[in-house]
Design a protein around this ligand. Structure first.
Ligand SMILES: *[C@@H]1O[C@H](CO)[C@@H](O)[C@H](O)[C@H]1NC(C)=O
Length: 438
């Protein structure tokens, strides 16, 4: 009876939390809010200070009452934001109650302005309603849990109602992409423009830039208003033009990944006077091919030191751990260390090669026997292994049959020697006897 009621209570609790979870799928997000100091105060070089802010996000349908919730005393700024895109109601932005991991959010004040970029400038050819732009504009950049997604939203706060709306959102569901070498890769990026905004339908443009260690270049630029692709474009980089117009799918398609394409890709979406961007990290991860030289290895004379090389090639990134091991006929594995690892060489395709030299002292091998020698190369792209059979002269691990045969051979030999020596000594004696007689 008690068991039943416990189960009953538990399931009731589960249903309750499920319902609550569904209802509160739009999160309250804690942000670092950077305030520009308009008046010179304190003589701080930074000219800005950071405070805590809370974003109360609600979907269009939700009749929200979160404003009445208790706000912690250290929160000076709260924003109640209507998100019709649903981008901010992603589960990666809404950790379970009491979770230590939280999304990371930065909020900044921004100033709408026309862009001078070639593929963006046409957006502001004709002057837009400046009245609409006269409002408080902020941009929130939020990184979801576990690198599942990130989003940047441009928020407009109306001066009259003090109500905040999302106007432009750009999101990616592939914050970190790993791809093998030479395969197609998709870097996700989607955008949304508030349909009730005068900026909606006024055109957009998409720009993908590549950045790696301080260097950058344009991957592609697309003027969506005039359906025009930039002249400068990375080979093999493409957008889905239909998807970009129909669903705001601005994902970058790389037809064939190369090692030197590893880096940060920034997806920027422009609408007249406004811009939002997200970053996607691409890493090309290619495991090594490995082989042991010489193969087959020389037959070892007991006590001799033999040198073997393990060559790993065609891998990226440069992160490889060698280890050698010997497996005897019973399956016991003896680790032999990493050998002496060479410096790396870079190939024409940007992949790396590296080798490890093993000096194997056969005297130190257990019982001086051979076995299977393996080189193991551990790489972020996977562990690869190559093996060769080592034979030590006189210790080729005799089997029972071999031993029987050897005993048999020994017996026959023994008999033969005995026989020969008998006949030889016998006749010899006769001769000497004869000589003595002479
Ligand atoms: C965006 O377009 C790419 C390429 O056509 C496609 O693979 C991807 O699934 C699309 N993403 C969404 C969210 O529709």
């Amino acid at each position: 009876m008690t068991g039943f009621s416990t189960i009953y209570k538990l399931s009731l609790l589960a249903v309750f939390s499920l319902v609550q979870g569904c209802l509160s799928s739009c999160p309250v997000i804690e942000c670092w809010y950077t305030l520009e100091k308009s008046r010179g105060g304190g003589g701080l070089a930074s000219g800005a200070n950071q405070v805590n802010a809370l974003l109360f996000v609600k979907s269009e349908e939700q009749q929200h009452d979160r404003e009445t919730m208790n706000t912690p005393s250290d929160i000076e700024h709260t924003f109640s934001i209507t998100d019709s895109s649903g981008f901010l109601c992603h589960k990666a932005l809404n950790p379970p109650e009491g979770s230590i991991k939280k999304p990371h959010c930065e909020l900044n004040q921004i100033q709408p302005q026309p862009s001078s970029l070639l593929w963006v400038a046409p957006l502001t050819d004709s002057a837009q309603s400046p009245l609409y732009l006269q409002a408080d504009w902020r941009a929130a950049t939020i990184h979801g849990l576990d690198k599942e997604m990130s989003v940047t939203s441009v928020i407009r706060t109306s001066p009259e109602s003090q109500h905040s709306d999302l106007i432009l959102s750009v999101t990616t569901k592939t914050v970190f992409v790993t791809a093998r070498l030479g395969v197609p890769a998709l870097l996700d990026c989607s955008f949304w423009v508030d349909p009730s905004s005068p900026l909606h339908g006024a055109g957009f443009s998409v720009e993908w830039r590549y950045q790696f260690r301080g260097n950058g270049h344009l991957v592609l630029g697309y003027d969506g208003k005039n359906d025009r692709l930039s002249d400068i474009k990375d080979k093999g980089a493409m957008l889905d033009f239909e998807g970009v117009h129909q669903n705001g799918n601005a994902s970058l398609i790389l037809s064939e990944t190369k090692v030197k394409q590893s880096g940060t890709y920034i997806c920027s979406v422009h609408v007249p006077y406004l811009l939002a961007q997200v970053a996607v990290e691409l890493e090309i991860v290619e495991p090594p091919s490995i082989s042991i030289h010489p193969s087959p290895p020389p037959i070892i004379i007991p006590g001799q030191i033999v040198t073997l090389h393990c060559e790993a090639s065609g891998f990226a990134p440069l992160s490889l751990d060698f280890s050698w091991e010997l497996t005897d006929s019973e399956g016991n594995v003896t680790p032999l260390g990493s050998g002496s690892v060479s410096g790396h060489r870079e190939g024409y395709d940007g992949t790396y090669s590296q080798s490890s030299k093993l000096q194997l002292d056969s005297a130190k091998l257990e019982q001086g026997r051979g076995g299977e020698l393996s080189c193991v190369a551990a790489h972020p792209g996977g562990t690869r292994r190559a093996s060769v059979t080592l034979n030590v002269i006189g210790f080729s691990t005799p089997s029972i049959e071999d031993s029987m045969a050897m005993v048999g051979v020994a017996l026959v030999l023994y008999g033969l020697i005995k026989f020969v020596s008998w006949t030889f000594t016998g006749s010899g004696d006769d001769e000497s006897d004869e000589k003595k007689k002479n």
